[in-house]
Design a protein around this ligand. Sequence first.
Ligand code: SF4
Ligand SMILES: [Zn+2]
Length: 395
Amino acid sequence: MNETSKLMLQLGRVMKKDRIRFWDTENFNVRLGKRLGKLDASLFFRTQGCRHDRSGGCTMCDYSAGPTTSVPEMIDYVRQGLDSLPSGMDSVLVSPSGSFLDTWEVPLDARNGILALLSQNQYPVIAFETRAETITEESIADCRSRIPEQMMRVYCGLESADPWVSQFSINKALEPDAFVFAMKTLAKYNMAGVANVLLGAPFLSEVELIEDAVQSIQWALAVGAKEFCLFPCHVKRWTQLEWLYGHGHYHPPSLWSFIEVLHRLGSQVVSLQGEIAWFTNYGAFNILASPTTCSVCYAQIIEQLHGFANSSDYTFIDRVYAIDCKCKEDWQEKLQTHMSNSREERAAMAYDQIGHVLYSDAWPMMRENVLTTISLAQKNTIHAKKSIFYAGEIR
Ligand code: SF4
Ligand SMILES: [Zn+2]
């Protein structure tokens, strides 16, 4: 692990030290909605949390953590959650707020017990979330054998296909090869791989973040993802992003940028393979700042985005794209404005300040190494980007 990652992880641990942990008091949480016009539920259940979160986590994430949870408890919480759902559900996502296939988070017996419940309930579509590295031929073959008939969708966090953004902006610690392998393995077992893509990673200008999301989605679909889920970044409490936001290094993206990404991808891709999430804050208790527009147009925009989220009907995107507002003109002007510094310079400024705070007197000895890694990685990224974005496929 390089020094930049260590720095971001340490900042994550410092930020999370005194956090309010949702899963200390809740055993499961259910969110109801619609997908493709049919009833859809997301059921989150208590575990000790995501393994990566425990070490400091991705910069924008506070999926929270919980106390040690036994196998029978986990299965029981999922059972209670499923029992609370209205009848007639078409699709159900079951998520540990981390990785369903990481046995540190969800032990094998718990996974098997939960899959048995899902199989018994015969929902037409079942989904779970897991980090790409947790996908192996063995784990997917086993899941498929336990759910032989229902359609399965598996969400994997890609966030960005650009290695520089993945490492320095998000601290994802994801190898692109692992993502490609995951998508191919899921397809082999007739499961749909869904790439979670983030709009609004730190250190990117508004233009850069739009391009990053569009290219990441195109790359994910080219290497085997069947679908994508685009979500704009919120500033959550107890995250590295809270620190960056509080120190003037971050601001959430505009919802106009979110709409722009969907428009650039076009109706074919978006209506057949696209899903959107987190365009509102869902009333979450840990959100400090959110992507938005202005008070004049916000309600109309959210209404149209909800329309699309519920139905996958691209007419809603056409409608929202056509809305005019003064804040849209301001956003367009911002896109035209040339930034005086590069993303590497913006990142280096932030990392430098973080280093001073975390290491004080020891920082000058580490500083050059960390800041050089960020700017040298730019060159490597350009090379890597070619292999990622233009070769279409890795191995
Ligand atoms: S985004 Fe996913 S991998 Fe990253 S810390 Fe959150 S739950 Fe873990
Ligand atoms: Zn407006």
